[in-house]
Write a protein that binds this ligand. Structure first.
Ligand code: FE
Ligand code: FE
Ligand code: ZN
Length: 296
């Protein structure tokens, strides 16, 4: 079952059906992936299956027998969390509690990277939101002594989203008490939509290093974008079928600086079919052909 890949790549996969986490690993292996991202429940709701039902031990065993290192596995926090706005103390506390329970769930899944959307300021302004987000994360991490990194995702800049500028991500990190428990997830679709030029991966990563610091880079979301640079839209496209294009995304994925950083596809289903096996093959074998999607 071992397949050697030149890069760390996988996709987001569901944790549903009767196999739970084991199912996530099986789907990823079937796609030819050597890492993956999952949600410990629906990203849009609060429903969470009890830990005992999630087949964690079986999943860990299968990973040990194959080429997936659990240290590279990523969890995505629910979208309901918004630490950016504290006008309603009820909603802010709710977000804190939800994030804390997700951090705890990750630990029970033996997963060490948790991607979090920084939040939306909803009229409060970016500067106050940055303080709120850092305060909320500090509260959540206060009593956490195990190995976990909350990875702030770069956003497209839709509405009042915080984190579409690398400087905003850096300002949040600066306010975090436990620097060993904070990281960053860059999403290529979001970066494009936020106005960043990805055509030269070395130039982009140099800028990232100057502004944020490469040591914080823990996850890459590898997505094409339906929209042009700076559109602030956030509509993901299949690799090579969007405005960023195959060549740039492949160069990005293969940049040696990102060798140890998991690349996660969050591209949409194509005609109702999962595109991940095909997209991984196209990237690994360097043979892009848009008509291959029609054969899915
Ligand atoms: Fe995300
Ligand atoms: Fe993403
Ligand atoms: Zn997105």
């Amino acid at each position: 079952m071992s397949n050697e890949l030149p890069i760390l790549i996988g996709s987001h996969v569901p944790m549903c059906g009767s196999k739970y986490f084991l199912g996530s690993v099986e789907i990823s292996l079937n796609n030819g992936a050597n890492t993956f991202m999952f949600y410990t429940g629906s990203p849009q709701s609060l429903a969470r299956s009890p830990i005992e039902k999630c087949k964690i031990d079986e999943a860990v065993k299968l990973m040990e027998q194959s080429n997936i290192d659990i240290n590279n596995v990523v969890c995505h926090a629910p979208y309901l969390i918004n630490l950016g706005n504290d006008v309603s103390s009820y909603k802010f506390d709710f977000s804190k509690k939800l994030l804390a329970s997700e951090v705890d769930r990750c630990h029970k899944f033996h997963v060490k990277k948790l991607v979090l959307h920084p939040g939306a300021h909803l009229g409060l302004g970016v500067d106050q939101a940055i303080k709120n987000i850092a305060y909320g994360i500090n509260e959540v991490l206060k009593d956490v002594d195990y190995d976990i990194k909350i990875c702030l995702e770069t956003m497209a800049g839709k509405g009042t989203e915080v984190g579409s500028k690398l400087e905003e991500i850096k300002k949040i990190i600066d306010l975090i008490d436990k620097k060993d428990k904070i990281g960053v997830c860059i999403d290529t679709c979001h970066l494009n939509d936020a106005g960043y030029d990805l055509s030269d991966s070395n130039a982009f990563l140099k800028m990232f290093d100057d502004i944020v610091g490469l040591k914080y880079l823990e996850v890459v979301h590898l997505n094409d974008s339906l929209n042009t640079k700076g559109a602030h839209k956030d509509r993901h496209a299949n690799i090579g079928l969007g405005k960023i294009g195959y060549k740039i995304l492949r160069e990005f994925a293969f940049n040696p600086i990102l060798k140890n950083v998991p690349k996660i596809l969050e591209t949409p289903y194509f005609n109702g079919k999962s595109p991940y096996k095909l997209e991984i093959e196209m990237l690994v074998n360097n043979d892009f052909n848009s008509s291959n999607f029609l054969k899915l």
